[in-house]
Design a protein around this ligand. Structure first.
Ligand code: MN
Length: 368
C-alpha cells in the first residue's frame, strides 16, 4: 500500500476540533489504514504520533524501516533495535518537539498498560482521557471508492474460493480436509491470505455458529456450512453458504428457504435511510414469522473493511442510519441444536440505489 495523505488530514481535522495536542496511535491496523504501512509488531513497538503543532513521526522496529519507507511516508521515520528502549526513544522524540502535550489521544482499548504507564509517568499532569478509537471507527465507516474497489476484488476471490471448496466435497473427507483444499486452491491463485480460518461444518455440527472446523467426516444427505473470506491489499471478504451433500430432507430445504428469504429481504431493504436496527428486524421478522426466531441467535451483520470487526453493527438497538459507502455483512442463520445449522451471508456496500453484494455465488440450495 502507499501513503494516503487524505486519511491523515481527515483525522488531524477531528483532533484539532477536539483540541488534542498529540495522538499516540499504537494499533497496527489503524496505522495501516491511516498511512498505508502497518505490520503486526508482536512484542515490539510500533507507533504513529500526530501533533497539533508539529509534523508526525512513525516509530518502527529497525527491520521494518525499509518497507515503511517504500510506502512513501514523507515525514520522520525512526527505527529502533531490539536492545534499545523504544518507549524512551518515543518520549524523547515527543519532548524534542517543544510543543504542548497537555491533551493526549490514545487508543484506550489497544494501548497496553505498561506503555500507557510509561507515557503517564513522563508526561505528568497530561490528560489521557480522550479515546481515539471511536473517531477512527467512524472515519472507517464510510469507505472511499478505492476501498470499495479492493473489497470488490476480495469478494471475487471469495467466490472462487467457495467454488473450489464445493469441488472438494466428497464423502469420506473431513471438514478440515475440505477447508484445506479450499485454502490451497485459493493460495494457488496467489491470494495472500484468508481473512480468518475457513469454517466448514457438517450436519448437526453447523448448529453451533461458534464451532470450529473439525476432523468430523462429511455426512451423506446432510447440509454443509461454509464461512470464508480472503484478503486483498488489506481488505477482507466474508461470505457464508450452506449446501447439501446427497439428498436433503424437506426440513433441510425448508430451513434453507427461510434463511434465504430473510437474507434476500434484508439485502433488498438495505439502502440509505434505514437504520441498522431496522435492517436487523427485516431479516429477523422473516425468521420469526416462520416460527424459528429463537434459533437466530446472533446479530444480522457486522461492518467489513480492513477487518470483520468494524462499524456498523447491524443489530437491535443500533439506530445508526445507513449511508452510501458503508460496507457490512448480511448473515441471517437458523441453528437448531442436534439437528442442523444454516447461514447465508453476503457482505454488501450501500449505494444511493440500494445494496450491492461483494460476493455473487449462488445462494440457492446447491446439491452435491
Ligand atoms: Mn461474517
Amino acid at each position: 500500500m502507499t501513503f494516503n495523505k487524505t486519511r491523515l488530514e481527515k483525522l488531524q481535522k477531528k483532533l484539532s476540533e477536539n483540541k488534542i495536542d498529540l495522538a499516540y496511535i499504537s494499533n497496527f491496523k489503524t496505522i495501516q489504514y491511516l498511512i498505508g504501512f502497518g505490520s503486526d509488531p508482536f512484542e515490539r513497538t510500533l507507533a504513529l504520533v500526530l501533533f497539533a503543532d508539529s509534523e508526525p513521526f512513525l516509530f518502527t522496529p529497525a527491520l521494518e524501516v525499509e518497507v515503511a519507507k517504500s510506502t512513501g511516508w514523507p515525514y520522520k521515520l525512526i527505527g529502533y533495535q531490539d536492545n534499545q528502549d523504544s518507549m524512551k526513544m518515543i518520549i524523547d522524540e515527543i519532548k524534542s518537539r517543544n510543543v504542548s502535550t497537555n491533551k493526549f489521544a490514545i487508543e484506550q482499548s489497544h494501548l497496553t498498560y505498561d506503555k500507557a504507564t510509561h507515557l503517564k509517568e513522563n508526561f505528568e499532569g497530561s490528560d489521557f482521557s480522550f479515546n481515539l478509537t471511536p473517531i477512527i471507527e467512524y472515519q472507517k465507516l464510510i469507505k472511499e471508492d478505492d476501498e470499495i474497489d479492493k473489497l470488490i476484488q476480495a469478494g471475487k476471490d471469495a467466490d472462487l474460493a467457495f467454488e473450489a471448496g464445493t469441488h472438494a466435497l466428497m464423502l469420506g473427507k473431513s471438514e478440515l480436509q475440505i477447508a484445506a483444499e479450499l485454502e490451497y486452491a485459493t493460495k494457488m491463485r496467489n491470494v495472500t491470505e484468508m481473512s480468518f480460518a475457513t469454517l466448514i461444518q457438517t450436519g448437526s455440527h453447523a448448529a453451533d455458529p461458534h464451532g470450529e472446523t473439525s476432523d468430523r467426516l462429511l455426512e451423506n444427505n446432510s447440509l454443509v456450512l461454509f464461512d470464508l473470506g480472503t484478503v486483498y491489499e488489506g481488505y477482507i471478504s466474508d461470505m457464508s453458504r450452506t449446501v447439501a451433500l446427497g439428498k436433503p430432507t424437506q426440513h433441510m430445504k425448508d430451513i434453507h428457504a427461510i434463511v434465504l428469504e430473510a437474507q434476500l429481504a434484508a439485502q433488498e431493504a438495505a439502502r440509505p435511510g434505514i437504520t441498522a436496527a431496522q435492517l436487523d428486524n427485516v431479516a429477523r421478522s422473516v425468521i420469526e414469522k416462520a416460527g424459528y426466531g429463537e434459533y437466530f441467535i446472533h446479530r444480522l451483520g457486522h461492518g467489513v473493511g480492513m477487518s470483520e470487526h468494524e462499524f456498523p453493527s447491524i443489530m437491535e438497538g443500533n439506530d445508526l442510519v445507513l449511508q452510501p459507502n458503508m460496507a457490512f455483512s448480511i448473515e441471517p442463520g437458523i441453528y437448531i441444536p442436534n439437528d442442523l445449522g444454516v447461514r447465508i451471508e453476503d457482505s454488501v456496500y450501500i449505494t444511493e440505489n440500494g445494496a450491492i453484494p461483494f460476493t455473487n455465488s449462488s445462494k440457492e440450495l446447491l446439491i452435491f
